[in-house]
Design a protein around this ligand. Structure first.
Ligand code: GCO
Ligand code: MG
Length: 403
């Protein structure tokens, strides 16, 4: 089965998504997600200008060979743009293989290792009460796990609290990112109180997660982890800038709060030390930013060997195509931990027709052949690209801080 078409769609139904469409001579179509939030056009060009022409005429069934061809063949390896582009091809080829076999992708990956995939939702608020009410809403809808983020008293803006509509952190359209402010002291004093309030109101039966978004130094992270121990977090996410794998050794020495990291990683090399030295408990690499289903499985298999569980990134800037791909992988891997599910803003469902289901806090990708997501190209054309950026973060003295 030969690839006869490879096309890139850029659409913004609720937010920007870059989607790769691969067509075969047997008339099968596979979809891949190539969205890299705030740098979308770089991946679109990498695909259109460099990869798509190389795909024409290749055997659509040779997923691993195509992956190696694109990774090793380019000479320039790794990096978010390259790995997101390769991921899009890989995801689309798995979609095609499933459709050709008449099977959902999770069956091709070894079949269901569980009844469903436990997901966590995002509770947030501009005040503690607002966050707690939002949290209650997730419990009412059946979630077994919820992430809590809250505005910090005295600070203007903070990551993870979506203002002006759920599921979006990019404040404005335009050609410049917004700037936010941050100070570590107030956050370190407030976070234990905020997460303690969740335990006080809802008890310990719900899994509680929190994202630090790379903002602390290793010793600050150790202290926060220690202060949070009594609240029994499911995990503390991205405590320090993720590229410094060694930093986790220091955090580990100081706390038994479980540690998660990886949404900005794009290859197995980014987390090799973290996994093999057992410095983390959850690896959060995503299918669309870490080389697709083929590469993600290798990362998860390495993690399995060292007792590290999975917890894939699933923010709204990963399109429904990659969210479905994540669910298929989650269904099949033995060391699955949890899956983030932020959801997608309307009108994303007009463009992406999905098959997944949610029941009692568990999601299932559905049994349609392939990934179970179809893209309506006419609908996509109604939502043109809308330049947006993640915010830049500055401390109150004006210096740029990690985001
Ligand atoms: C998360 C993430 C996201 C990222 C976003 C960047 O845990 O879901 O931190 O909110 O900031 O995906 O594009
Ligand atoms: Mg995060």
């Amino acid at each position: 089965m030969k690839i006869v078409g490879a096309d890139v769609l850029i659409t913004a139904p609720g937010r920007n998504y870059v989607t790769l469409k691969i067509t075969t001579d047997e008339g099968l179509v596979g979809w891949g997600d190539a969205t890299l939030n705030g740098r979308e056009l770089a991946v679109a060009s990498y695909l259109r200008d460099h990869i798509c022409p190389q795909l024409i005429g290749r055997d659509a069934h040779q997923i691993e060979d195509t992956w190696q061809y694109l990774y090793k063949g380019a000479y320039w390896r790794r990096g978010p743009v390259t790995m997101t582009a390769i991921a899009a091809v890989d995801i689309a080829l798995w979609d095609i293989k499933g459709k050709a076999a008449g099977l959902p992708v999770y069956q091709l990956l070894g079949g269901a290792a569980r009844d469903g995939v436990m997901v966590y939702g995002h509770a947030s608020g501009e005040s503690l009460d607002e966050m707690l009410d939002d949290f209650a809403g997730y419990l009412d809808s059946g979630y077994r796990a919820v992430r809590a983020q809250c505005a910090i008293p005295g600070m203007d803006t903070v990551y993870g609290v979506h203002r002006g509509g759920a599921g979006l952190y990019e404040p404005a359209s335009g050609h410049l990112p917004a700037e936010e402010t941050w100070e570590t002291g107030p956050y370190l004093r407030f976070a234990p109180r905020m997460l303690g309030a969740v335990r006080e109101r809802f008890g310990f039966d719900v899994h509680l997660l929190h994202d630090v978004h790379h903002r602390l130094s290793p010793i600050e992270a150790g202290r926060l982890g220690k202060d949070l121990e009594e609240h029994r977090l499911f995990w503390m996410e991205d405590a320090t800038p993720a590229e410094d794998q060694d930093a986790f050794r220091l955090i580990r020495q100081h706390t038994t709060t479980p540690l998660a990291v990886g949404e900005v990683f794009n290859s197995i090399w980014d987390c090799q030390q973290l996994i093999t030295e057992r410095l983390i408990d959850y690896i959060r690499t995503s299918v669309s930013h870490a080389g697709g289903i083929s590469h993600l499985r290798k990362i998860f298999s390495l993690a399995e060997l060292y007792g590290v569980r999975t917890g894939s990134h699933g923010a709204g800037d990963l399109s429904p195509v990659s969210f479905a791909a994540a669910l298929h992988v989650d269904m099949a891997v033995p060391n699955f931990g949890i899956q983030e599910y932020m959801g997608h803003r309307a009108p994303a469902e007009e463009v992406f027709h999905t098959n997944w289901t949610f029941r009692n806090g568990l999601m299932h990708p559905g049994d349609a052949p392939g990934l179970g997501v179809e893209v309506d190209e006419d609908a996509a054309a109604r939502f043109p690209y809308d330049p947006k950026f993640l915010p830049v973060n500055r401390r109150t003295d004006g210096s740029v801080h990690d985001w």
